[in-house]
Design a protein around this ligand. Structure first.
Ligand code: PLP
Length: 441
């Protein structure tokens, strides 16, 4: 019997049969090229997960440092969240929509209490991109303006509005024309904000760029954005889908600069990794200006459903009761320092390591290395992933409950994988970086 238990094979006669079936279905019915890439990378079939660990079809355990790209802040299947969802599932799983639902109201109140300043009114959806979509519509309706300012290499999602404010051309070109009147500014550059924001509806910005390659802006960048928005009347939308709820060592990334945005978006970790959810929380005056007389302008059938709300309320309880955010700085420092040591030891392969809290990235000198390092880490039993807009960046984004020992295990896997990449691929840059860096130290 595998570590995954007797029922974990979903009716397949053997682990290999389950793998073959899953691969074949992906290849034939889901996404043929992606299926092939996953197969080449050695991706197994996931069958069970708990805490920081995922088990595959053959019973092998993996430390999850990809972390669902930030979903699993509490780890997988947190028992308090699962229990809350199970109870709600038996009571009433989806809303009938014509009556008040107590949980969605309770969750909205809770978000008003924990988000910065006077953020007060929530809208719920089912994903991050829907949260951003809602925020963009809110900004246009509230200000009566159309222009939206965003940042280069940002990632806000893949629906048309969120894609329009995202920064990677390769994801956008096949769908052009996207939203008109969108301007992209260099991320982290305060000097360009004031002029660009004149007559804009909004400035949408990640407190740390996640998919753009784990880019931490200079301190003061969000304060400058706040001041520029105040001067121009543009709304400041902080996209905290990835940075929110403790990931960066504070409950919300915008606390780093002590600012209050006009709209804050959330998703990923909000429901403890158990039921999908997305949300924005807006200032009351902003929401009133947009929807005060038109409450049905922006709605969602499944958004804020009772299962997701039960999960989110329980997840927020766990975050508070277990004081999870407090340990993030220390754990993140351990992870980042270890990544720095690997960068220093293998300068031919690693350009630099950077991050904030438990959002850490290792930037390689070439995408080619990532194609070896991620699968090699997987072989050693650690998941990692590249970032969507920068595929030479290996992200390490474990659950906030990760232990020091698990961090050391992941770092050892990373070091071994980098070593394999160097041996196998040599110096992909054509320059002898080792000699160069020796000369410069
Ligand atoms: C900052 C940010 N915003 C929005 C999104 C989109 O979220 P989703 O994939 O749930 O639509 C992401 C996803 O990675 C994100 O990192």
């Amino acid at each position: 019997m595998s570590a995954a238990g007797p029922n974990a094979l979903y009716g397949a006669p053997s682990p290999q049969a389950l793998y073959d079936e899953a691969y074949e279905n992906y290849r034939a019915y889901l996404n043929p090229p992606l299926a092939r890439v996953m197969k080449l990378s050695g991706s197994p079939v996931e069958v069970r997960a708990s805490g920081t660990t995922i088990w595959d079809h053959a019973g092998k355990a993996y430390l999850d440092f990809a972390g669902g790209y930030g979903v699993f802040t509490l780890g997988h299947s947190h028992p308090r969240v699962v229990a809350a969802v199970r109870e709600q599932l038996e009571r009433m799983s989806l809303s009938g929509k014509t009556m008040f639902d107590p949980l969605v109201g309770r969750l909205a109140k809770r978000l008003a209490e924990i988000t910065p300043g006077d953020l007060a009114i929530s809208f719920f959806a089912n994903s991050g991109t829907e949260a951003v979509e809602g925020a963009l519509k809110l900004a246009r309706a509230a200000t009566g303006r159309t222009k939206v300012v965003a940042t280069q290499n940002a990632f806000h999602g893949k629906t048309l509005g969120a894609l329009s404010v995202s920064g990677r051309d390769a994801y956008k070109a096949p769908f052009a024309p996207l939203l008109a009147d969108v301007v992209h500014l260099p991320y982290g550059d305060s000097a360009v904000l004031a002029s660009a924001l004149a007559d804009a509806a909004a400035f949408v910005v990640e407190p740390v760029q996640g998919e753009g390659g784990i880019v931490v802006p200079p301190l003061g960048y969000l304060s400058a954005a706040r001041a520029a928005c105040d001067a121009s009347g543009a709304l400041l939308i902080a996209d905290e889908v990835q940075t929110g709820l403790g990931r960066c060592g504070m409950l919300f990334g915008c606390e780093r600069d002590g600012i209050v945005p006009d709209v804050l978006t959330l998703a990923k970790g909000l429901s403890g990794g158990v039921v999908p959810i997305g949300a924005y929380v807006a200032r009351r005056t902003v929401w009133e200006a947009a929807y005060g007389r038109a409450p049905l302008l922006h709605t969602s059938t499944f958004g804020g459903n009772p299962l997701a709300c039960a999960a989110a309320l329980a997840a927020l309880d766990v975050l508070r009761d277990d004081d999870l955010v407090r340990s993030v700085h220390a754990r993140g420092r351990r992870l980042l320092q270890g990544a720095h040591r690997i960068a220093a030891a293998y300068p031919e392969v690693v350009r630099e390591a950077r991050g904030l809290g438990l959002l850490v990235g290792v930037e390689l000198r070439s995408e080619g290395y990532a194609g070896t390092i991620v699968p090699e880490m997987l072989k050693s039993g650690v998941t990692a992933a590249w970032t969507l807009n920068m595929q030479r960046m290996i992200r390490l984004e474990p659950p906030l409950i990760v232990t020091d020992a698990e961090i050391d295990t992941a770092l050892a896997a990373l070091r071994a994988a980098v070593e394999v990449a160097r041996e196998r691929l040599g110096d992909l840059n054509g320059a002898n970086v080792t000699e160069h860096s020796r000369a410069s130290t």
